[in-house]
Design a binder for this molecule. Structure first.
Ligand SMILES: [Zn+2]
Length: 210
């Protein structure tokens, strides 16, 4: 468990370093036994310690120590319950993904890399107040058949079967968001056909960076 907590801290600090999420915004979790380990509420990532990472059961129970789990722990809980292939989750308020999300728009197949999220678009979950069960519900809807989505007026979320991969997917979503915003400055981008995206999706299963 200590090793997993160390990994969470390493990637929480990376949220700051890479600019994916500043100060204490965003959160990270990893599935552990019948629950998950998650970053705490209100602690700056730069000062995180092992004891700050909190275990939350899939039943939503957590021990009452000094720190509370991230106020957004509910959507982590619901993703782990509903997505058996989710072993790690990265949620970020990254600038470009958030910029698109405030228009309540998803990202169409303007670039084949959109397929990294699992389909022919990256959806935007409907807005609900942070930390609520309603937001969880909206996120699960947007994640149907996907491993990442935007969250309206909020940010983005990505899951994978381990933390390095989940973090990389969140970075890819941010990069794709920047490219989409840039392409919109030149007019309406040409969207790839569903047929082409199907071909890409079958190749993407074997996608490896580099
Ligand atoms: Zn958030």
């Amino acid at each position: 468990m200590k090793q997993l907590k160390r990994e969470i801290i390493k990637f929480a600090k990376k949220l700051n370093i890479t600019g994916l999420s500043a100060l204490r915004s965003g959160n990270i979790s990893v599935r552990y036994k019948k629950g998950f380990l998650i970053t705490p509420s209100g602690v700056k990532y730069s000062s995180l310690e092992i004891k700050d990472i909190i275990f939350v059961g899939l039943d939503g129970k957590f021990s009452k120590n000094k720190n509370k789990p991230s106020s957004e722990w509910r959507f982590h809980q619901d993703i782990y319950i509903n997505k058996k292939d989710a072993n790690a989750i990265v949620h970020a308020h990254s600038t470009n993904a958030t910029a698109i999300s405030v228009h309540k728009k998803g990202i169409p197949a303007f670039h084949y890399m959109v397929a990294l999220a699992g389909g022919n678009d990256i959806r935007c979950a409907k807005y609900a107040t942070f930390g609520t069960r309603n937001l969880s519900k909206n996120i699960l809807q947007a994640l149907s058949g996907r491993k990442a989505c935007l969250i309206a007026n909020h940010g983005q979320i990505a899951f994978e079967d381990n933390l390095p991969k989940a973090f990389e997917l969140a970075e890819e979503v941010e990069n794709i968001s920047l490219q989409y915003i840039t392409s919109l400055k030149l007019g309406k981008p040409k969207i790839l056909s569903i047929k082409e995206m199907r071909t890409v999706l079958s190749k993407a299963k074997n996608y490896k960076r580099g």
